[in-house]
Design a protein around this ligand. Structure first.
Ligand code: GUN
Length: 287
């Protein structure tokens, strides 16, 4: 079997075009333009690229956007006060603080300071709690994007064995909650998991987000599995590799995401979708 590629770039483009149409219609009717604020602290090159992509996408769909660049040594208090202002700002419907943060800033304190109504990352305990209750509001972008990619294959999720590799707050944990809502039987593997290969061999649906290039060997993939690779790793020779050994995995899977062009564009599309949702749900609340 040679897998069909899941074209995340195209699926994301379709979602963005739909959002752009909705933005044009809502602003024509006199509604406020959806606004996103992105905060970047320090000079992590990967974060700089992600933030630039997010801003460009905002422009493409007609959002208002603000980019707030802070130096690496910014004090936590300063960041909190910026978030307080953005929470009150009527032009801003979504706030995103790009992670990772410098070590002197407490992630949890920052995440909890963002109003849950403007938490377009879906990381606030309110939004993660709603997801855990099976009643999500703003959903973490990468897992939500992965779910859309799986749904694009038209496979039936109900009753399938899903295996997730990686238990981060950004990907693995919320992914497990999404797939539970979809009625999969979910296994979450992490750095202490024993017999990883045996678990992966049972996966009808495999989602990998570990940041370890080609950790998952093609030979471990179950025949016909759907493989979603969240990893994007730059090797010393400059090439990009996923967390899954693509060439061999594609001979066993039924569907697989490429790296790049799979999950990456979907994270941005779902961020735009969340911002539009926040602007619609909370219309007029901050004026
Ligand atoms: N860093 C890597 N992925 C993400 C994400 O989805 N949101 C934020 N805020 N930071 C990230």
């Amino acid at each position: 079997m040679s897998a069909q590629l899941i074209d995340g770039k195209k699926i994301a483009r379709d979602i963005q075009q739909d959002i752009a149409k909705k933005v044009a219609a809502m602003t024509q009717q006199g509604n406020p333009t959806p606004g996103l604020a992105v905060i970047l602290i320090g000079d992590n090159p990967a974060s700089q690229i992600y933030v630039a992509h997010k801003q460009k996408a905002c422009e493409q769909v007609g959002f208002y956007s603000e980019k707030i660049m802070l130096s690496h040594d910014t004090k936590e208090e300063k960041l909190l006060s910026i978030i307080d202002d953005l929470n009150k700002n009527p032009k801003i419907h979504g706030i995103l603080v790009q992670l990772p943060l410098p070590a002197h800033i407490n992630n949890q304190t920052i995440i909890e300071r963002i109003s849950p109504l403007k938490d377009v990352d879906g990381f606030h305990p309110y939004n993660l709690g709603r997801l855990a209750q099976g009643n999500p509001v703003l959903r973490p972008c990468t897992p939500y994007g992965c779910l859309k990619l799986i749904e694009s294959t038209d496979i039936i999720l109900k009753g399938k064995d899903a295996v997730i590799v990686g238990s981060s707050m950004i990907v693995g944990r919320p992914m497990a909650l999404e797939l539970l809502i979809a009625k999969c039987t979910v296994t979450v593997c992490h750095s202490q998991t024993q017999h990883l290969a045996d678990k992966i061999k049972k996966a009808d649906i495999l989602i990998v987000g570990t940041g370890k290039p080609e950790l998952i060997k093609g030979a471990w993939i179950k025949e016909g599995a759907v493989v979603i690779d969240v990893g994007i790793n730059r090797l010393a020779d400059g090439s990009l590799k996923g967390d899954v050994e693509f060439e061999t995995a594609k001979e066993r899977a039924s569907f697989i995401t490429p790296v790049p062009g799979g999950v990456g564009p979907m994270t941005i599309a779902m961020l735009l979708s969340n911002t539009l949702q926040a602007a619609t749900l909370n219309k007029g609340l901050f004026e």
